[in-house]
Design a protein around this ligand. Structure first.
Ligand code: FAD
Length: 410
């Protein structure tokens, strides 16, 4: 038997789920290394680096998960977030209708900048955690627990090299999002059920700038999630700290293909979203619409989410869902909380004396238990997210409908 040493987790992906997983396992005494294919965002302006999904709704599910790892982080995010106490329905005639989520207890969801969330989580990681940015997992030998990363050579972004000796680990954790490489490798090892389905809608982000003539710069009420439901498509808006709103248009690709000129798009917005055109300005709205990327929306389920004692999937890598329930990230963060409690329950220590290639039976059992515990909840929330797709763009228009489903995000 080899000498006792700390367990080593290699986490692929330093998105919010990867960062929280790293923090949590480090706190448990594990040796942690993280690989992220993108640049290091720490210490930089938290402005969005691309045009996709710049803010998110964090609910009590996500805050509870953050709190379980570090209460001060949860508190910090809660202070930085903008509470949204209900949804504001914008009718075509300009009428606005507030539907409060929880009139009795005042529970709400919270709008927070995605870059800020990711950056703050990464900044909270101790210097004892090795983080390699610009390092992409290129392949992994799961049997022998060796991963190979490739990255740009220093100062030569176009020259990509692979580290030939690889990096050893006890457990590789795929927090590498919807198109997970860790998942693909796991699926070659065993019978893993996998499903992936796209919805017919695309999403496009638009921007409502701050209005300097309004208090705080907010052109519409800052404490609501704004929805312009139009049955087969909809526009939504979440508030940002600077008084602006991030708007997202959800529309079928088939309708989008008819809006291929500025004139057609102008007619579409003026007919269906006159109040948004008036606030944002036609030019700005059309510039964003014509130039910004079209995103796909996918549901991915993968069961089990663990293989042997060697590999585990968390976050979107294990369960991608459409964003209409605002729970994708919240569930990813919850994965970390549940994993922690399962490791605790199974008394998985922070050290091991097993050699390379040996299977850790206790850890294998714990990971299996985690996967079983999460399975039904994740399937249910992916389905609820799909149902809320019709709810938000159509059902919210029915009078009193919100009373039936007034707590749609908790
Ligand atoms: P990601 O955020 O995708 O991070 C994965 C990381 O892995 C990335 O940094 C990537 O660069 C890295 N990576 C990938 N492959 C490799 C590799 N081979 N090697 C190294 N690194 C790699 N959720 C909510 O809870 N609330 C919301 O309001 C909400 N709104 C949304 C709105 C839209 C339009 C969309 C599309 C999604 C929304 N979501 C929301 C879902 C949420 O964005 C995701 O669930 C969340 O980002 C998942 O986090 P993650 O860390 O698992 O994955």
């Amino acid at each position: 038997m080899a000498e006792t040493r700390p367990r080593k987790a290699l986490i692929i992906g330093a998105g919010p789920v990867g960062a929280l997983t790293a923090l949590s396992l480090h706190r448990r005494g594990w040796e942690v290394e993280v690989w992220e294919s993108r640049d290091d965002p720490r210490g930089k302006d938290a402005a969005p680096s691309n045009l996709r999904s710049i803010n998110l709704a964090i609910s009590s599910r996500g805050l509870e998960a953050l709190r379980s790892v570090d209460p001060s982080i949860a508190e910090q995010f809660q202070n930085e977030a903008i509470p949204m106490k209900g949804r504001m329905i914008h009718h075509v005639d300009g009428k606005q209708e507030s539907q409060i989520y929880d009139p009795i207890n005042g529970q709400c969801i919270n709008s927070i900048g995605r870059p800020l969330l990711n950056q703050r989580l990464l900044e909270s990681l101790s210097s004892q955690i090795k983080i390699r940015f610009q390092t992409k997992l290129s392949r992994v030998d799961l049997n022998n627990r060796i991963a190979f990363g490739s990255g740009a050579e220093k100062d030569k972004k176009d020259v990509v090299t692979e580290d030939e000796h690889g990096t050893k680990f006890d457990l590789i954790i795929g927090c590498d999002g919807s198109w997970s490489k860790v998942r693909t490798s796991m699926m070659r090892m065993d019978r893993i059920d996998f499903s992936q389905s796209f919805i017919p809608h695309a999403y496009i982000e638009l921007h409502m700038p701050a209005d300097s003539t309004k208090p705080g710069g907010y052109a519409i009420d800052k404490n609501h999630l704004h929805i312009w439901p139009r049955h087969s498509f909809m526009l939504i808006g979440l508030p940002n700290k600077d008084g602006s709103f991030t708007l997202t248009l959800f529309i079928p690709f088939s309708s989008l293909s008819t809006l291929n000129s500025r004139e057609a798009a102008s007619r579409f917005f003026i007919e269906h979203f006159p109040s948004a055109v008036q606030i944002v300005g036609e030019k700005k709205l059309l510039d964003d619409f014509m130039n910004n990327p079209r995103g796909n929306l996918v549901t991915i389920n993968c069961t089990p989410s663990a293989w042997s004692s060697h590999a585990l999937l968390l976050g979107d890598a294990s369960h991608s869902m459409v964003p209409f329930y605002g729970q994708g990230l919240n569930c990813g963060l919850e994965d970390v909380r549940v994993l922690n409690s399962v490791l605790e329950k199974h008394k998985i220590s922070s050290t091991t004396s097993l050699g390379l290639g040996e299977t850790d039976k206790d850890l294998e059992l714990a990971l299996k238990a985690y996967s079983v515990e999460r399975q039904a909840d994740l399937k249910a929330i992916c389905e609820l997210a799909l149902q809320n797709y019709t709810e938000m763009r159509s059902h919210v228009l029915s009078p009193l409908h919100h009373i039936r489903r007034f707590l749609d995000s908790f």
